[in-house]
Design a binder for this molecule. Structure first.
Ligand SMILES: [Zn+2]
Length: 228
């Protein structure tokens, strides 16, 4: 974080033009229900934030299966993206369904209190996976603690499922798409080991890039953001 920034990045920071530059020297917390959710939805964005001098924490609520394998995969993926990994239910396999709502809110409150983030990224309300919706709802509650930017990301899945999500903002990830794909591939237990490929995530980034005239982008939705 203290190393000199590459020239092009420094220029961007100075101009304060990019979303990544907004979080220079600040903490961003991305909260996903499971390992791989964050890489799939916003891996390129998180890598970009980290490259621009943000302290980026990838918080995973629970690991539902193959605890050691999936924790190791998540650690590898976070390292690829230049982010810090935190697993909230870190004492073995657990399901979000088994955590009471007030406990889930308490876990996320604690995260927000301790990290004092400038931005929180999490699942949107439009998800087909109940765990993702539960995490979204708990994050909505944490907004009362601090005035952070509150952003939502694309629904995540390993096999394509049609879910309505309409991004209202896009992050150019042309420079970090390869890191995103490497981070996704680090989750071999979810893709390679099951004979699945992760191409749809490159395809989606390409499609979302076309929406805004860049090669690759990740779409996000904005619940709350302060403009100075
Ligand atoms: Zn998930």
């Amino acid at each position: 974080m203290n190393a000199p920034l590459p020239k092009a990045v420094q220029a961007s920071v100075n101009r304060r033009l990019s979303l990544a530059a907004r979080y220079f020297g600040r903490t961003v917390v991305a909260i996903g229900a499971h390992p791989d959710d964050l890489e799939l939805a916003v891996g390129g964005t998180l890598a970009r934030f980290a490259q621009h001098g943000a302290h980026v924490v990838m918080a995973i609520v629970s690991i539902p299966s193959e605890f050691d394998t999936r924790r190791a995969e998540a650690q590898r993926a976070a390292a690829i993206l230049g982010c810090e990994l935190k697993i909230l239910a870190d004492d073995g396999c657990s399901r979000i369904d088994d955590i009471k709502t007030y406990q889930l809110v308490g876990m996320l409150d604690e995260l927000v209190r301790s990290l004092e983030p400038a931005a929180v990224l999490t699942h949107s309300a439009n998800e087909f996976h109940r765990d993702h919706v539960a995490v979204h709802n708990a994050c909505v509650s944490t907004q009362r603690l601090r005035p952070f930017d509150f952003l939502h990301f694309n629904p995540t899945m390993t096999r394509a499922v049609p879910v309505a999500f309409h991004p209202r903002a896009y992050v150019d990830i042309t420079e970090t798409i390869d890191l995103k794909m490497q981070a996704i591939e680090a989750h071999a237990s979810q893709f390679a080991s099951r004979g699945l490929d992760s191409d749809m995530w490159r395809d989606l980034a390409r499609l979302q890039g076309r929406m805004v005239g860049v090669k690759y982008a990740e779409g996000i939705d904005i619940s709350r953001m302060l403009f100075a």
